[in-house]
Design a protein around this ligand. Sequence first.
Ligand code: NDP
Length: 278
Amino acid sequence: MDIITDIKGSFTLHNGVKMPYFGLGVYLSKEGDEVINSVRWALQSGYRHIDTAAIYHNEEGVGEGIKTSGVPREEVFLVSKVWNGEQGYESTLKAFEKSLEKLDTEYLDLYLIHWPVKGKYKETWKALEELYRQKRVRAIGVSNFLQHHLEDLMGNASIVPMVNQMEFHPYLVQQQLLNYCKANRIQYEAWSPLMQGHIFQMEVFKEMAAKYEKTIAQLVLRWDLQKGVVTIPKSSKKQRIIDNAAIFDFAISEQDMAVLDSLDKGKRFGPDPDNFDF
Ligand code: NDP
């Protein structure tokens, strides 16, 4: 397994591409100055991975933030996702072009199917495979795919997804799915690692964070990496962006990892992949 070193460190995907295990999420970061600044601050403080999506309506700002950060494009791992309404073969190819145009870039590092839209995701996957073959994207993957979705997809796919991006935090571990992904060399990635901000009100994390002289965010983000899970916390505040990344100067003991694992309640803050209507 890859070891955890620093903010620029990575996990290796099954095709050999290195994916920085720590990145910035930009869901709800407003198009314009807010997202431009967030991306710029993140890259200037060492982040090398930005996670956006067509549906976030901020791809132009993300592109602008990268360009004005002073960090060369090839050092940034840039991720976007095809939205549900665009799924299907031809429409996905078009959506991809639109994302590239908005991001003002020649290629993506990772393109994901945002949600497993019934009756659509297999065709969508064929389009992603084609984009990968054409070298328009360095890696392809899925998001919000449970085991049965993955099994169904892989039943007639040529390429095994390289990544599965899922809601993941100590209240929603889904260890079986994590094990399944690991066994199939699908890199697991956490969305809403901070429970969309709810984690900060929870007493249960305060004591352990204090023991390590870390914030709750730092504790939980470090737990993600030690679980072998890529993580992309969102903030649009400069100091939080910097502080959230200060997780490379400590390690959580095995015993405390188990305590955090044991908090699992199967609790979602976002939609259920088996029951969404958008
Ligand atoms: P997070 O769990 O990352 O939480 C973000 C919230 O926490 C924001 O309100 C932010 O506020 C706040 N926050 C961040 N750091 C701190 C801090 N140090 N102290 C206090 N508050 C803090 O939620 P997200 O849902 O944004 O998930 C992360 C990313 O995952 C998204 O941005 C997106 O890229 C991706 N995602 C993917 C989904 C998918 O379906 N594939 C679904 C949802 C998210 P503030 O900005 O004001 O600092």
